[in-house]
Write a protein that binds this ligand. Sequence first.
Ligand SMILES: [Zn+2]
Ligand SMILES: [Zn+2]
Length: 261
Amino acid sequence: MVDCHIHSSFSPDSSEKIEDIVDYCIKNNIKTIGISDHYDFRNPDPLFSKGFDIDSYVSAIERVSKKMDLLKGIEIGYDPREIKKINALGNDENFDYSILSVHTIFDKNLHDEMFFRKDNIYEQFKVYFKHIRDMVDNVDEFQILGHLDYPSRYKDYLDMERVFNENKDTIADIFKILIMKEKVLEVNGAGLRYYHKEPNPSKNILTLYKDLGGKLISYGSDAHYKNYVGFGWETVSELLKNVGFLEAHYFKNKSVKCYNL
Ligand SMILES: [Zn+2]
Ligand SMILES: [Zn+2]
């Protein structure tokens, strides 16, 4: 297992030190991980929009990378007004890979009640998937599409089957672009901790990806605490095998590596 999606204290929503994450992994026999802290050029939450010093981040990872196989990643938050900067950061040779994620749309966060509300949620999911389709179309310099469909994890009342059926064509478009650009689809285990007990994306969506010829998958726990590193891996790998995937992937110096599920 290679967990490519782990946050440390460089993210405003984590206080875990990289050294402590590494010590936890060594203790638990986890061989390879990637640190992927949040970097947003714009975010309605000022804590997220101030970013961090890239050089300090890279050297903090490198300082402990002798202890284990530690990949240098970054999770870049998408905003259509910042495509140039996003491509430039995605292209930064300091990083083994970047995860491209949508956390905000039109200056609204997706996890609270600002963008998705009970009275508009099905319409807003259409906007959400189209936004991601535009993102993967507009941005070239990234390796992994982060946690597709993750806002569903916060909405216990959501009919996920309906969301899938109403957005199937847009999701198929997203996958056709990913496949054409040889990008990787992340399967994020954090969703398994929430009401729907599904990874992000859900099994229906992963099956569609497979049916369209998608092969490139990465796994991420989205851990913000060291104890969550590797969270959900057993369930995710079983589910992926059931859908028909044989391998998962990660990146070193932006070149793709694979391992058996
Ligand atoms: Zn994220
Ligand atoms: Zn994350």
